[in-house]
Write a protein that binds this ligand. Structure first.
Ligand code: NAI
Length: 493
C-alpha cells in the first residue's frame, strides 16, 4: 500500500476515534487517525477527565473539613483554584501524551487537521482531504466517523465565552476563576458536576432547570440524597424554570425566566423571575459535530445533525462508512463510544477481508452511568418506574452505607444502594447507588446483568470484608430480605 493509502481512516480522535485506531491496529490494519485539535477529544480535554481532576481537588476540600473528626487538626488552609487547574492541566497533558504514545506504538499515522470526505465508494475506496498545517489527501478502504459533539448553543442565551460560558470555556486550561456567584442553566449531569465543584470551592451556586427535577434520568430517591447534599453546600436549585434569555450586563449576568408550565407561545406575558450572578454556565445538552465533513458528498444521511447509522452494525447510509459515538446522537458516554468503536472496527475490517476479525453487533442492554458529584452516583439497567411500566414484577432491595462497617471507618455514611430484581427469576434488572465509590460499585452489577445473573449468584460470591463492595452484596441480599446487617423480614419460601 502506498504511503497515503489506508485500510481504515478515522475522523476524530476522541474516545471513539482513538480507541478505534488502536483496535484496528491490533487486527493488523493500516490506520490513519485524523484530528483537528488534541488527541482525546472532549472526554480527555474538555470533559470527563478535567472535571474528574477538579473533582478530586473539591473532594479533598471536603475531607480536610472533616479532618478534625479523624484526629487531625487542620488549623488553617487556603484554597487555590488556579493550582487545582494547573494540576488538572497536567493530568490532561499526561493522558493526551499517553494516547499519542500508544497510537505511535501501534504505528498509526496521526494527521493534525480537519478531515473531510471528498469522494469515493466502497469499491474504489474513499478520499479524504485534511486541512491543517500541511494540507493533504489520503485514501482509505473504510472510514469511521467519530467527530463527537460540542455544547449546545441557544441564541437567546447569548453565550459570549466571557461571562456566559459553556463547559468548554470553564475547562479551558486558562480558566482559573472562582466566581462569587455562579448561575448554572441546566441541572443535568454537567450542571450538577460543576455545581458541586464550584460550591465546594466557595461559589454561591444557583441552578435553573426546565424539568421538575435535577438529573431527571436517575431514580427519584437517589436524586433526593443529592439535593440534600447540595442544600448543605448552599446550592439553590430552581426546577420547572423556563429560561427565556441570558444577558451579560457588563459586570455580571442576568437570566430572565418564567414557569415551565407557561405554554411556549405565551411566555411574553408570563410572570418573570430574574436571577443574577457574576458568571453563567450553560449546560443544556450537546450538539452533534457533523458539519463540513463531506457527508453530503457521498450521501451520508443525518437527522437533526446526528449521523444516521444501522443501530446494530453502525454502518451509515453509505456502505463502507461507519459512525460512532456522540455524533450519532445515541447515548453520549465515552464508554459507549468505546463499545461502538469495537463494533465499527470489527465490521469494517471484516468487510475488507483478510483480517482476524468477525462481524459484531452493538449491545446496549447494559450501560452503566456514573455522575461525579459528591456523593457519586452510579446506575445501570432499568429504573424502578420503567421496569414496572415494562411489565416486570419488580422486587427491590436497599442497603445504606451507614450500616456498612468499611463506610463507617471511612466516615462515608451517606447514601445507599437499591437493587431491582425480577420477582419470578430473581435476575437483576438494574441498580442505582449514591455514596462513596458508587461509580465503581456499579461495575459489579453491570457484569452480573450482562451475564444474566440472579441476585443469588452475586450473594453466593464471597466479597472481601471490610470493603465498600459489600454494599452490592448486602443490596442483593436485601432484595429477598436476607441482608445480615439490616433489619429485614423473615424469609418465606
Ligand atoms: P443533560 O441532558 O444531562 O442535561 C441537560 C439539562 O438541561 C436537562 O436536565 C434539561 O432538562 C436541562 N435544560 C435543557 N434546556 C434547558 C433550558 N432552556 N432551561 C433550563 N434547563 C434546560 O446534558 P448535559 O449535562 O449538558 O450533558 C451532556 C452529555 O454529556 C450527557 O449525555 C451526559 O450524559 C454526558 N456527560 C456525562 C458525564 C458522566 O458520564 N459523568 C459527565 C458530563 C456529561
Amino acid at each position: 500500500m502506498s504511503e497515503n493509502q489506508y485500510d481504515l481512516a478515522i475522523i476524530g480522535a476522541g474516545p471513539g476515534g482513538y480507541h478505534s485506531a488502536i483496535r484496528a491496529a491490533q487486527y493488523g490494519a493500516k490506520v490513519a487517525l485524523i484530528e483537528k485539535d488534541k488527541l482525546g477529544g472532549t472526554c480527555l480535554n474538555r470533559g470527563c477527565i478535567p472535571t474528574k481532576a477538579l473533582y478530586a481537588s473539591s473532594h479533598l476540600i471536603e475531607k480536610i473539613k472533616e479532618a478534625d473528626e479523624f484526629g487531625i487538626e487542620v488549623s488553617d488552609f487556603k484554597l487555590s483554584f488556579s493550582k487545582a487547574v494547573e494540576r488538572k492541566n497536567q493530568v490532561v497533558k499526561e493522558l493526551v501524551d499517553g494516547i499519542e504514545a500508544l497510537e505511535k506504538g501501534w504505528k498509526n499515522d496521526i494527521y493534525n487537521g480537519f478531515g473531510k470526505i471528498i469522494g469515493g465508494n466502497i469499491d474504489t475506496g474513499f478520499e479524504i482531504s485534511i486541512e491543517g498545517e500541511k494540507n493533504t489527501t489520503i485514501k482509505a478502504k473504510r472510514i469511521i466517523i467519530a467527530t463527537g459533539s460540542s455544547p449546545a448553543l441557544i441564541p437567546a442565551f447569548n453565550i459570549d465565552h466571557e461571562r456566559i460560558l459553556t463547559s468548554d470555556d470553564i475547562l479551558d486550561p486558562n480558566f482559573k476563576i472562582i466566581p462569587k456567584r455562579l448561575l448554572i442553566i441546566g441541572a443535568g449531569v454537567i450542571g450538577c458536576e460543576f455545581a458541586n465543584i464550584f460550591a465546594t470551592f466557595g461559589s454561591k451556586v444557583t441552578m435553573l432547570e426546565y424539568l421538575s427535577s435535577p438529573i431527571a434520568t436517575e431514580e427519584p430517591m437517589i436524586v433526593k440524597v443529592l439535593q440534600k447534599k447540595f442544600e448543605n453546600l448552599g446550592i439553590d436549585i430552581h426546577t420547572a424554570k423556563n429560561v427565556l434569555s441570558v444577558e451579560n450586563t457588563g459586570n455580571g449576568v442576568k437570566a430572565t425566566t418564567c414557569s415551565a408550565d407557561v405554554p411556549r407561545d405565551q411566555t411574553e406575558n408570563a410572570e418573570k423571575d430574574i436571577f443574577e450572578a457574576d458568571l453563567c454556565l450553560v449546560s443544556i445538552g450537546r450538539a452533534k459535530e457533523s458539519k463540513n465533513i463531506g457527508l453530503e458528498v457521498v450521501g451520508i444521511e443525518t437527522e437533526r445533525g446526528a449521523i444516521k447509522v444501522n443501530p446494530k452494525t453502525l454502518e451509515t447510509a453509505v456502505k463502507g462508512v461507519y459512525a460512532i459515538g456522540d455524533v450519532t446522537g445515541g447515548i453520549m458516554l465515552a464508554h459507549v463510544a468505546y463499545h461502538e468503536a469495537d463494533v465499527a472496527v470489527a465490521n469494517s475490517l471484516t468487510s475488507i477481508g483478510g483480517f482476524p476479525s468477525e462481524e459484531m453487533k452493538t449491545d446496549y442492554t447494559v450501560v452503566p452511568a456514573t455522575i461525579f458529584t459528591s456523593p457519586n452516583i452510579g446506575s445501570v439497567g432499568y429504573r424502578r418506574k420503567i421496569a414496572k411500566n415494562l411489565g416486570f414484577d419488580v422486587l427491590m432491595g436497599q442497603f445504606p452505607y451507614q450500616s456498612l462497617s468499611k463506610a463507617k471507618c471511612m466516615g462515608e455514611e451517606e447514601g445507599f444502594i437499591m437493587v431491582l430484581a425480577d420477582k419470578t427469576t430473581h435476575k437483576i434488572l438494574g441498580a442505582s447507588c449514591i455514596g462513596a465509590e458508587a461509580s465503581e460499585l456499579i461495575a459489579e452489577i453491570a457484569l452480573a446483568m450482562k451475564h444474566g445473573l440472579t441476585i443469588h449468584e452475586v450473594t453466593e460470591t464471597i466479597h472481601s470484608h471490610p470493603t465498600i463492595s459489600e454494599l452490592v452484596l448486602e443490596g442483593c441480599e436485601a432484595v429477598v430480605g436476607k441482608s445480615i446487617h439490616k433489619k429485614g423480614r423473615p424469609i418465606h419460601h
